[in-house]
Design a protein around this ligand. Structure first.
Ligand SMILES: [Zn+2]
Length: 242
């Protein structure tokens, strides 16, 4: 199957339609994705408009998931997109992942570290690839997780107790925008048999101050409980490269 055919077939599930999710959705749709679900419980606020680039003044007060789907369909009428106006909690992750098809890739675009760990662990258990991103200040990062490579928990082990948030520490719009596009690029790479293996477990970290981009390929941690519980990937392209 060609990459473009796999992109059209893949169900991209974007959790969080904020500063990361908006550019990730634009990147996915520009790359050729044609099946997208957007999950977010919040409504658009005026203060969101600068960084959350899918929304405009007329969207203020609407659920972000609905507004994002509407905007994507305006750009690409053939897009099969649906909205889930809901909060995904760490406790819901297993049932959420169990309902996804074998063609699903999840993009974790929230600013909730507990949800990032829960989706990392759950996605490994269910064999669903997940791309996890973050941006803070002038820096951003992204990792694509599936069995066989280092996972988010291999690198960070546990959620931090006192991680600063974008609200408390600030984030430059261009940093979070770049992180979202990098996440879309990583998700697209998972659809490409030629690049899926090298993308898996690779941590991309950038700093917009000096324009640096680091590509780190840590080994899976031998005592990582998430990796120990990992199932074989359900995703077609990854089955071929597992
Ligand atoms: Zn791990």
């Amino acid at each position: 199957m060609t990459v473009s055919a796999q992109l059209e077939r893949t169900h991209f599930v974007v959790v969080g339609a904020g500063g990361l999710g908006c550019p990730a959705l634009l990147g996915l749709s520009a790359a050729g994705a044609r099946r997208i679900t957007v999950v977010d419980p919040d409504r658009v606020e005026t203060s969101n408009l600068q960084r959350q680039v899918l929304f405009s003044v007329s969207d203020v007060g609407r659920p972000k998931a609905d507004a994002a789907v509407w905007r994507l369909r305006q750009r690409i009428p053939a897009l099969r997109a649906d909205a889930q106006v809901r909060a995904l909690s760490p406790d819901d992750v297993d049932s959420f992942l169990a309902d996804l098809s074998d063609d699903a890739i999840v993009l974790e675009c929230t600013d909730d570290p507990h949800l990032k760990f829960a989706l990392n662990d759950g996605a490994l258990r269910h064999g669903t690839p997940v791309v996890i991103g973050a941006a803070l200040g002038l820096r951003g990062q992204c990792i694509a997780v599936r069995a066989g490579g280092a996972c988010y928990r291999c690198i960070y082990e546990t959620p931090p107790d006192d991680l600063p948030t974008c609200a408390s520490a600030g984030v430059l719009g261009v940093a979070v925008g770049l992180a979202g596009f990098v996440m879309a690029s990583a998700a697209v790479s998972l659809c490409d048999t030629a690049h899926a293996r090298e993308t898996t477990g690779t941590l991309l970290a950038f700093d917009v101050r000096d324009g640096s981009m680091q590509t780190l390929s840590p080994r899976p941690r031998a005592d990582c409980p998430a990796c120990a519980a990992a199932a074989s990937p359900r995703f077609p392209t990854l089955q071929a490269t597992a």
